[in-house]
Design a protein around this ligand. Structure first.
Ligand code: ATP
Length: 272
């Protein structure tokens, strides 16, 4: 059984307005909405509808959020899973899960499949096997390739496969071939304007003190991803609540930056 969870269109609850600092990526993804909604208008002249989109970028930049928001915009079911869920000890289990996932998505078409950390399955076949046996991983990858290729959705209703990675260089080139993940969208850490957009989004439901300066908040957080910023804003709200304040101040925000940075440093120390 596939471990993917199906999110029904009415439960998705995010659209592109919930994603900040990713205007270029959104521009490229908009086409997918049209493919999902009006496949006939594209197929009319014999064109082939793309199947796979690879989102490339560092952790926390909103790749999952972008994929989900695309499903939210198109109002189609969203099947979310991670490459690591297909990596199993026993030969055949991963492949069976892939088959099951595509069957589910096809029944619900038009729909979107999202595979986070695709590199867990899609690592170059020559590369070292990190989990399980090589046979198992190879079978899983082969199954994925054949599902993507063989794919005929019922009555021409498309299933778009979106996948995310922060290590595109280790992917098996077979995945990137024409007709597979042949569209690649880069998602980067946000610039100043992007950070401001993201901070606006994540402070919508937060009571900010009147003198809170969102632009300054964006200026003092260079290098922060969307996930970091969401985290800082949330910490700041908790700090302000603890003080029994009526609103979040810049001092709360600055103190939270330090906490989040300390947390990030700890995390990277553990990883190294
Ligand atoms: P990973 O590669 O680790 O899965 P990701 O790139 O998929 O990370 P998300 O899981 O989408 O990142 O981001 C985590 C959370 O951070 C989101 O649910 C959202 O709250 C916030 N976030 C990240 N990027 C953005 C963004 N560009 N705009 C608004 N919020 C964002």
């Amino acid at each position: 059984k596939s471990k993917a969870t199906e999110v029904k269109p009415e439960e998705i609850g995010v659209t592109y307005k919930d994603v900040g600092g990713a205007d270029e990526a959104i521009e490229e993804l908009k086409e997918i909405i049209q493919f999902l909604k009006q496949p006939e208008s594209f197929a009319r002249l014999g064109g082939r509808i793309p199947k796979g989109v690879l989102l490339i970028g560092p952790p926390g930049t909103g790749k999952t959020l972008l994929a989900k928001a695309t499903a939210g915009e198109a109002q189609v079911p969203f099947f979310e899973t991670s490459g690591s869920e297909f990596v199993e000890m026993f030969v055949g289990v991963g492949a069976a899960r892939v088959r099951d996932l595509f069957e589910q998505a096809r029944k619900a078409a038009p729909s979107i499949i999202f595979i986070d950390e695709i590199d867990a399955i899609g690592q170059s076949r020559g590369g070292a096997a990190r989990f399980g046996g090589n046979d198992e991983r190879e079978q899983t990858l082969n199954q994925l390739l054949s599902e993507i290729d063989g794919f005929r959705s019922e009555e021409g209703k498309p299933v778009i496969i979106m996948a995310a990675t922060n290590r595109p260089e280790i992917l098996d080139p077979a995945l990137l071939r024409a007709g597979r993940f042949d569209r690649q969208v880069t998602v980067s850490a946000p610039d100043l304007t992007g950070r401001l957009q993201i901070l606006r989004i994540h402070s919508e439901d937060i009571q900010l003190a009147p003198e809170f300066d969102l632009e300054r908040a964006a200026r003092i957080t260079p290098g922060f991803t969307g996930a970091d910023l969401a985290n800082v804003m949330n910490e700041a709200a908790l700090l302000a609540a603890r003080r029994n304040a009526d609103g979040v101040t810049m001092a709360d925000f600055e103190a939270s930056i330090e906490r989040v940075v300390a947390g990030l440093e700890k995390k990277s120390r553990v990883m190294n």
